[in-house]
Design a protein around this ligand. Structure first.
Ligand SMILES: [Zn+2]
Length: 169
């Protein structure tokens, strides 16, 4: 892949792919409120295709993703909008086996970033020692947050080896 002023070959492929998408696009009647009433908070891991794994289609759900699938202040910001402005009434938190944050050395990562950039920043990456415990902690934070509605909040772990979802909270 070569990079130039017009972006990588992959970026140009994506723009061309979108033109094909537009030709077949038939979802202009969808409204912003998710049809299933679901909001999903999941890790950004590329092996976890949330729509495919859960049988969701365009328009069905809000999918909020970050490294680790953590209930960060920003994820909660999105969930508040999802619930209070767009009417979702059930939450799934999805972690997964083989997560990059599992056992990650935060201090080493901060040192590496400092060495690469010359800037030391107090960024917390949210590493954890056990995926089940991490998902339970995210679920607990959402269940007890005063601005998150008292709706069902489920905790699941996606097994990247099999594609199976395990309920753990
Ligand atoms: Zn992950």
């Amino acid at each position: 892949m070569t990079d130039d002023d017009e972006g990588s070959a992959e970026y140009r492929r994506i723009l061309a792919e979108n033109l094909r998408y537009v030709e077949a696009f038939d979802r202009s009647a969808l409204t912003a409120a998710p049809l299933s009433g679901l909001a999903v908070l999941a890790c950004m891991d590329a092996r976890l295709d949330v729509e495919e794994a859960l049988g969701l289609r365009t328009g069905d759900a809000h999918i909020i993703r970050n490294a680790g699938g953590l209930a960060t202040d920003d994820a909660i910001r999105s969930l508040i909008i999802s619930q209070h402005l767009l009417g979702t009434n059930e939450v799934l938190v999805i972690g997964h086996t083989g997560c990059g944050l599992l056992g990650a050395d935060e201090a080493a990562l901060r040192d590496r970033m400092t060495a690469e950039t010359g800037q030391r920043l107090p960024v917390e990456f949210g590493s954890f020692r056990d995926i089940d415990d991490s998902v339970r902690a995210q679920v607990e934070r959402l269940r007890t947050h005063p601005w998150i509605r008292k709706v069902p909040v489920h905790g699941l772990v996606f097994e990247v080896e099999t594609g199976r979802l395990y309920e753990i909270a």
